[in-house]
Design a protein around this ligand. Structure first.
Ligand code: NAD
Length: 477
């Protein structure tokens, strides 16, 4: 157990104690208390907002190359401390150590990409229709940003929001998830050690609704960047609306995963099992709704079950483990409820189906077979180590099923037919589409959903663009 509680970071200084409340941090593998986390008071939120407001004029005036240099420095520092980040992520989230360490490499990559983007924030000169007039389009930072993130990628999400905002010249008040604060706190320390000026990034933890409400109605914040569930995203968008705070909302998903008769099943099944096991299925773009064409249904299920059963589940810090626990008892209960509901409605457990042991939040990788559309898992995001499968006959039928839900984040499809893949590209209502591939996220590509999965993108050239305003200047002489 760490000696002192994890603090808040406001105006370049750590805050803890002083009569503030604390939350317990729990290890999801053992149920043991890891330590404590400081809970922000309303005054801490006001102080963080004031710090971000006060730091903004100087940070926006800092030359882009200097902002880029700081981000590159942070990227190098994250890379150098990847083993430390990995230990923290594996301990407080329960992701397996190699993947947790790799998360640090991805976060470093995001820092470098955003640093490059900072140097490419170009405006343009538009040929004028008026004599002796120059028409210029300028890009400017939008202003102080409020960001909130979930726990399932405890380093990448805060790193990406901070990197893109800083690249654009914005300052930040961020509230990472209370489940995984040590990872976020180390990121904050790394940025501070790299020379980030006080107030440019401020980090709070505590009562999410109080922090978000105070920030969004303050009049200080000009941009909301939120990653999390659909209901919370909608609440925050509503709070942002009266002030016309611009939003990027990266919300939940329920990825249709379509396997056609002509797919290479021997490639698709193990690939999808590996993706399903990532972060114990607690990934917004995890493959969740499996629609498999009738001709290949039995063969795919056999290969997929074998691949799921080969995943070694256990202590995320132990060598050879491929999947750890769910993040907490709440998610464990949610997955158990999805399984109970589906089986009560006639679904069959093809593998897994229950909790593992009675210590920690471990659940077996589970495949529910022949799941009826009425089952909750075919409509609600499961966000855990469970997949649901049912057969389909035709392309039109499966496109209809894929698009039937309000979610529109990711979809995957496997087929050797160019015509089929083209039709899916045209017709699927998603922001991310993997065709014979699951590689739908990288620093240099845009990530985001449509419909209830949100709007706006992070990553790619779109990421930094989301933190910029457009100003048009007509200059006569
Ligand atoms: P969540 O919405 O409960 O929490 C996300 C963040 O919002 C956390 O920081 C939390 O403290 C805060 N929050 C919670 N309730 C709040 C409230 N009433 N007001 C203000 N803030 C509040 O989501 P979660 O359970 O932590 O994460 C899982 C969800 O996140 C899933 O739906 C998943 O699909 C989604 N997600 C989406 C993406 C994406 O890029 N689209 C990525 C990862 C996770």
């Amino acid at each position: 157990m760490s000696a002192q509680p994890i603090g808040l970071f406001v105006a370049g200084e750590w805050r803890r104690g002083g009569g503030r409340g604390e939350l317990a941090r729990v290890n999801p593998s053992t149920d043991e208390v890891l330590g404590a986390l400081t809970v922000a008071e309303v005054q801490d939120v006001h102080d963080a907002l004031e710090a971000a407001r006060a730091a903004f004029p100087r940070w926006r005036a800092t030359p882009a190359v200097e902002r880029a240099t700081l981000l590159h420095k942070a990227g190098a520092a994250i890379r150098a401390r990847a083993p430390e980040f990995g230990q923290l992520i594996a301990t407080e989230l329960g992701n397996v150590l190699p993947a947790a360490t790799f998360e640090a490499m991805v976060a470093a990559d995001v820092m470098d990409w955003s640093a490059g983007e900072a140097r490419r924030i170009y405006g343009r000169v538009v040929p004028s229709r008026f004599p002796f007039t120059r028409q210029t389009v300028l890009k400017e930072p939008i202003g102080p940003v409020f960001a909130a993130c979930p726990w399932n990628m405890p380093l990448i999400f805060p790193a990406r929001k901070i990197a893109e905002a800083l690249a654009a010249g914005c300052t930040v008040v961020i509230k990472p998830a209370e489940e995984t604060p040590a990872t976020a706190a180390l990121l904050m320390q790394v940025l501070h050690d790299c020379g980030l000026p006080p107030g440019v990034v401020n980090m709070l933890f505590g009562r999410p609704d109080m922090v978000s409400r105070t920030a969004l109605v303050s009049g200080v914040i000009r941009k909301l960047s939120f990653t999390g569930s659909v209901p919370v995203g909608k609440q925050l968008a509503a709070l942002a609306a009266p002030q016309l705070v611009r939003c990027t909302l990266e919300l939940g998903g329920h990825a249709p995963t379509i396997v056609f008769d002509d797919a290479d099943v021997d490639v698709a099944a193990p690939l999808l099992a590996e993706r399903k096991a990532r972060v114990s299925g607690q990934v917004c773009n995890s493959p969740t709704r499996f629609y498999v064409q009738e001709g290949v249904y039995e063969r795919f299920r056999e290969r997929f079950v074998a691949a799921l059963q080969s995943v070694r589940v256990g202590d995320p810090l132990a060598g050879g483990t491929q999947m750890g626990p769910l993040v907490n008892a709440r998610r464990l209960g949610a997955i158990e409820a999805f399984v109970a509901d589906a089986t009560a409605q006639g679904a069959r457990v093809a593998t897994g189906g229950s909790r593992i042991g009675d210590r920690g939040s471990f659940h077996a990788l589970t495949l529910l077979d022949e799941v009826p559309d009425s089952a909750r898992i075919m409509r609600e995001e499961p966000f855990g180590a469970v997949a649901a499968m049912q057969p389909f006959r035709t392309l039109d039928e499966v496109v209809g099923k894929a698009n039937a839900l309000p979610f529109g984040l990711a979809a995957y499809a496997f087929s050797r037919s160019a015509r089929t893949l083209h039709a899916l590209t045209e017709q699927l209502e998603v922001g991310l589409l993997g065709l014979n591939s699951c590689n739908i996220a990288a620093a240099e590509t845009p990530f985001g959903g449509v419909k209830d999965s949100g709007y706006g993108s992070e990553g790619g050239t779109e990421g930094v663009e989301g933190y910029l305003l457009t100003k048009y200047v007509a200059e006569g002489c």
